[in-house]
Every structure is written in structure tokens, then in C-alpha cells.
Ligand binder design. Sequence first.
Ligand SMILES: [Zn+2]
Length: 349
Amino acid sequence: MTLPNIDSAYLTNFLVDLLNIPSPTGFTEDAIAFVEKELSDFPQLKLNRTRKGALVAVWEGQKSDSPRALTAHVDTLGAMVKEIKSSGRLSITRIGGLLLPAVETEGCWVHTSKGEKIRGSLLVNKASGHVHGVKAMETKRDEDGMEIRLDAKVSSVDDVKDLGIQVGDFISFDPRVELTNGFIRSRFLDDKACVAVIVAAIKYLADSGKQPTQTTYFHISNYEEVGHGASAGIPAEVTELIAVDMAAVGAGQTSDEFHATICVKDSGGPYHHGLSNKLRELADTHEIPYKVDIYPYYGSDGEAFWRAGGDVAVALIGPGVDASHNYERTHTEALEATTNWILAYLLSD
Ligand SMILES: [Zn+2]
């Protein structure tokens, strides 16, 4: 079996567009709609939304005696307005494991409940070097020590409310996407890189005129970063679930930005040995560059489905992403390796 050709420009372009759509957990409608629109180009797919807002595409296979599923999540880290301060600044509460020092001074949008967007940035409370001197360095980068400065003439609670801003409004941080020498540097490659990989795999398979061996569900999750994304939306007849999510790169890890990784254990314990081995054999057969790794601080949507009672084999693969939940970076080689791995799986017996 030869794998379909990969056109990595399609993958990269789709990824950049998706990265630029704000989608903190709980505020994923635009990103889900964007993926849905792209997938609606493929008549092979039947599209559905779950009540929770996830997107599920099903592609009928040559067989359907052992249906499969893949999941990747479109939701990202972000924040919400916690309090409007008397100064007109906003204090925030984090969504997911947002690392606040990683978004210090970053531009952001406050999304009001009426659909307006107000521009601002996140700063430490004692920001001015000329006012606070060395205290500007020493202030702790946490929810108490940081605030949103709106790019609007506001100096009171009422001024801010007049803009339509309320407690509970979503805040999205700029991804700051940059492409250099095959590297993709951006926030929220976790897990938009893998959503792009799945969409690209579907396109390459469709363009080649092939069909998955088994009926396959593609689940685009919208609550992963808070731990329960794929707990719903995977049909009960599914026998194997591949969570496609970023591989953790850093000291002590085997993963890197030029390989795909199969994670055999993370904070939730070991993945399914049989399915993991099947994926390793496929990667060996097709000479897909991959690593085997263990992630120390990590949970996946595969485990979310297990915890919800899902009776399936679960494995986790994905591209190496450096500095995850921080200012992330990967390389097209890792994305291509992951895409080929998914194609090999879709076409496998
Ligand atoms: Zn993730």
C-alpha cells in the first residue's frame, strides 16, 4: 500500500487560518464553523454537531464491522473577565492551563456577550519601569498580579460597562503566528496543528480517490483543555479511538519538532498496548519518522472518553510541539509525519 501524496501548503495554509480564529474553551463556535465549512467540501463525509458543540464527520468505510474514530481539539487556552476594577482595568480568570508569564504584554480581545470585540493587552499591575522600578520585575505573574488594559478611554467601572463588557466575557490572546524555514511558531498549535493534520489527511485521501478501510468518525472536540472534550460524541460502536494531540518536547523527552510521537503513558496512565503497537508497526512499514514517549503533565481526550465509560482501545499520537502551553513551535516535518501516520491508519486492515 502506498500513501497518498501530501501537499503541505494546503495543511499549512489551513492551519494558519485556524490559528487566527480565537477559540478559548467555551467560545469555539467560529473555529468549529470554520472546520465544518472546510469539511463540507468533501461529499464523502456526513457532518454533525453534538449538543455540546463538537463537530463529528463520518466517512463510510469499505467495511463497518469495526468502526474507528480520531479526535483532535479546536479549543485553546484563554481567559474570562473576572472583575471590572474601579481603575477601568480588568482582572481575569484563566481558562485551562494558561501560563500567564507566556502572555504578558500580549494583545487580546475581550468578546462581549453581544458579539462586540474590544482590543486590549495583558500587563503586570506594576508595569511602568519609571513608576515601579525593580518591582515591575518582581511582581508575581499570576491572576492577582496582572490585568487587562483596554485600548479605550476608560477610567471607571461604568466606562467599561458602557463598552458592553461584563464579568464572564471571554478573552482571547493573539496567537502571533510566524512561519520561518519550515518552522511554525504560534500559540495554540495545541491542538490546532492536529485539527489541521486531520483535515489534511481527509483531503489527501479524498483527492487520491481512496476510502478508509473501516467507517471512521472524525471528532473535532471543543472542551479538551478543561478535561472533558471527547467524553461525549464518540459513537458506542467505535472500537478504536486515536487521540491526535501535540507531543511534549523538552528536557527528558524523546519527542522533537521533526517527528511524530506515540505517547504510551501520561498522567492518566498507559494507553492501549495493542493499538499502540499496531500504530508503531504501521509507522515502521511506511518509514514514518516517529518517537515513543511518556508525558509527565498531560491528559488527552482519549482518556476523557475512557473516564466517561468509553469501551474502546485508545492511543495517542501527534507532532512534537516545543514549549507547549507557552509560545509554541513545531515544524512541517512533524506535521507531515503525523498526517502520513493517520493516512496509514485509515488505509490499514
Ligand atoms: Zn491538546
